[in-house]
Design a protein around this ligand. Sequence first.
Ligand SMILES: Nc1nc2c(c(=O)[nH]1)N[C@H]1C(S)=C(S)[C@@H](COP(=O)(O)O)O[C@H]1N2
Ligand SMILES: [Mo]
Length: 431
Amino acid sequence: MTISKEPEKGLYEFFESNPKEADKEFFGRETNADRRGFLKGAGLATMGAMVGSTIPFHQNMPAGFIPAAFASEDVLVGKDGLTLLNDRPVNAETPAHLLNDLITPTSRHFIRNNGIPPENVNPETWELTIDGLVKTPLKLSIADLKKNFKTHTLALAIECGGNGRSSFDPPAKGNQWTLGAVACSEWTGVKLKDVLEKAGVKSNAIYTAHEGADAHLSGKPGKLPISRGMPIEKAMTDNILIAWAQNGAPIHPNNGAPLRLVVPGWPGSLSHKWLNRIYLRDVEHDGPKMTGTAYRVPKYPVAPGTKVDKKDFEIIERMPVKSLITSHKTGSKIGKEIEVKGHAWSGDRKIKTVEISIDFGTTWQKVKLNDPINDGAWQNWSGKVKFPQAGYYEVWARATDDAGDQQPFALAWNPKGYLNNTLHRVALTVA
Ligand SMILES: Nc1nc2c(c(=O)[nH]1)N[C@H]1C(S)=C(S)[C@@H](COP(=O)(O)O)O[C@H]1N2
Ligand SMILES: [Mo]
């Protein structure tokens, strides 16, 4: 659904920033009170027509309220239980208790779009260009990738750099991700390093640059919504894929079909979707969302709310140590004995231990932790818990990686709301 006056904004953003104007634009009439209950006549009729019925309790709808019927259905086709945070661009996360699978089904892989995905893509004619500082520039179809390189299937975790942003206080602008902008699907494709080796990396190449076929929200032809890159040393590591399949089937349209990059361990923004070009550069890449404060944090810890000079920000590289409890939905009623399960990961590293606590962090119990299926996958853990008596509990999980980094209880605030890896708490009531 497009809003004519502010084409760069989605419904959610528009209603949040200017509810009256959005009401006027959307329903043809301005609300002159701060409750939409005062909306009468044409406006209410339009809204009714759009949801396909009269709205008996329309007096109770607050100004700026967006009926769920408007946005969610058409954009989340093929997804199951995701929470829509924004519809333009589409951003949707998965509630933690729906991430319990060892490998995330495609239907539960979150969506983070910065622009508008290409429509009706044709995998037969799709072309990937490898150029810039290479000895032999390549143009490769998906069939060429399959024919000329070894195919690999790897479970690879992708986490958005802004996952957990909703806990920032003062708040940080951007998608208010809670916990679910993370997933670990099984991806099939070729290794980026194999393709770069074939093209021949020139000695002065220090950085990659990624481009895809999604359109900028402004609709300006040729304007990229995002183009990020990574140091060449990272690009040549062993578990980065150029993938054409997700969980044994074609990639979901919103997860980058027909071809995407999957870069585990570093911010999800490096895992370029609808991938059609990678070029090598002799400078740090400066495409959209590489510069300024995008995907950057201050070089030193700052107090919440601090204004930080742009020159004091640095690019986020590996994602921090983190874990998730996925076996129980927060707020559930349970019996006295349960098995708690979840995942843990730490960019480019392995998890050494996961512990859980049921007494607000006073004592901790180590749980069983599996090795990752392969490098770049999250690790699965499980542990039995016995509650001493009926009542309210919180299960907390805390991961420690092999370099000794441990999840903190308190959030390390930064201006753009990145890298929240505080421990996950799930509220449970024993009946
Ligand atoms: N072409 C393109 N690639 C992209 C993006 C995008 O907007 N356009 N978003 C990035 C970001 S910020 C993240 S976190 C991941 C999310 O991948 P997913 O939507 O498949 O979960 O895709 C990355 N790749
Ligand atoms: Mo992201």
